[in-house]
Design a protein around this ligand. Structure first.
Ligand SMILES: [Zn+2]
Length: 352
């Protein structure tokens, strides 16, 4: 089975756009949170040095980190998916494919779903995470810190499988009728990694951190509308049966993580000047886990109880975490080198 699939887009519903609340007004939901990331499989985030094998990125204190930019990218992509945002990374991802000249995927993305183009008219994800174009800039309402590894468990060095770039010329995967198939997500490999025992041109020799490694991060947020806060919170915690996937070598099975919020503080900025003592609410996993869980469950119920959404159901299917799942995920060319040439019309679900 192919290691990734696409979460579809409801093309008949355009992203809802409106002006964002301004940073100088204290409206909406503000506060901060801390969370713990637990690796369920080995994880690897590349660093920019030439070591062989390649090593996991560290901060200036020599601690392993998942950089804030990686976290922001993960959550932004999820909010774009579940809250019907614009495709902020579309051009970047598909430029390579377009250069090959085999297919112009840009024609497969309707105008309404392209990156927002007016600062006074932004989609949910651009309002939360920010927006940047030559026409202007809107600083987002959430700010992540690097996730710092609190108990690194180093894995032995591994050779990944051949990691290839997108293959957008294989239209049976990337297109559905005249539109792109959706947003790409990789399946989890709970039974272990798919590796190579040699050093080939497209494989990488890396030292991941092993499952069981834990990271801690914090984030603060200001002036979120209720629907923005709920989408952000859902992107961070997802559902009990799901896990996130982050970092490098996802087609080899790396990057499955569980994220759990441990502390949450909500601040009423208006009350802050009039009734300071009652201007904050704290939820803590250590002090009262039930209160924290109940609050989060109530905020994300619009997502978790929605069982009719093709978008959510598809994300649930691809990111389902089932330790007993024995499906073997690999690129079709691992079975047949000429698979793409010989199977032009075969969709992902029929891959060997
Ligand atoms: Zn947008």
């Amino acid at each position: 089975m192919n290691p990734y699939d696409f979460v579809p887009v409801s093309w008949d519903i355009s992203p809802e756009r409106h002006p964002s609340t301004m940073h100088d007004k204290f409206e909406g939901i503000s506060g901060h949170l801390t969370a713990v990331i637990s690796a369920e499989t080995p994880v690897f985030i590349k660093t920019n040095n030439n070591h062989t094998p390649k090593t996991f990125i560290k901060n200036k204190d020599n601690k392993y980190i998942i950089p804030a930019t990686s976290l922001k990218g993960l959550f932004r992509n999820l909010v774009e998916t579940v809250a019907n945002g614009c495709f902020s990374k579309f051009d970047e991802i598909y430029r390579k494919g377009n250069q090959k000249g085999k297919i112009n995927l840009k024609d497969g993305l309707p105008e309404a779903f392209r990156l927002c183009f007016k600062p006074e008219n932004l989609c949910t994800s651009c309002r939360i995470f920010g927006w940047l174009k030559k026409e202007g800039v809107f600083e987002g309402k959430v700010c992540f810190q690097d996730a710092i590894c609190i108990n690194p468990i180093e894995h032995e060095p591994i050779h990944t499988i051949d990691l290839m770039g997108p293959k957008p010329h294989h239209t049976a995967f990337y297109m559905k009728e005249d539109k792109i198939a959706g947003r790409k997500y990789y399946f989890h490999f709970p039974q272990g990694l798919t590796l190579d025992n040699r050093d080939s041109k497209f494989s990488q020799y890396i030292i991941p951190l092993d499952k069981g490694s834990k990271f801690s991060f914090s984030a603060h947020f200001t002036n979120l509308e209720e629907s923005e806060w709920q989408a952000l919170l859902y992107a961070i915690v997802l559902e009990e049966s799901m896990r996130h996937k982050i970092g490098y070598a996802k087609p080899s099975g790396l990057g499955s993580i569980k994220i759990e919020i441990t502390n949450l503080t909500l601040r009423n900025m208006k009350k802050r000047y009039t009734d300071f003592a009652n201007s904050e609410i704290h939820y803590s996993k250590e002090i009262n886990p039930q209160d924290l869980n109940n609050y989060i469950a109530s905020q994300i119920s619009g997502f978790t109880t929605n069982t009719n959404s093709p978008v959510l159901n598809s994300l649930r299917y691809i990111w389902n975490w089932d330790p007993n799942n024995t499906t073997s995920y690999h690129y079709p060319i691992a079975v047949d080198r000429n698979w793409f040439e010989n199977n032009h019309d075969v969709p992902i679900k029929n891959t060997p």
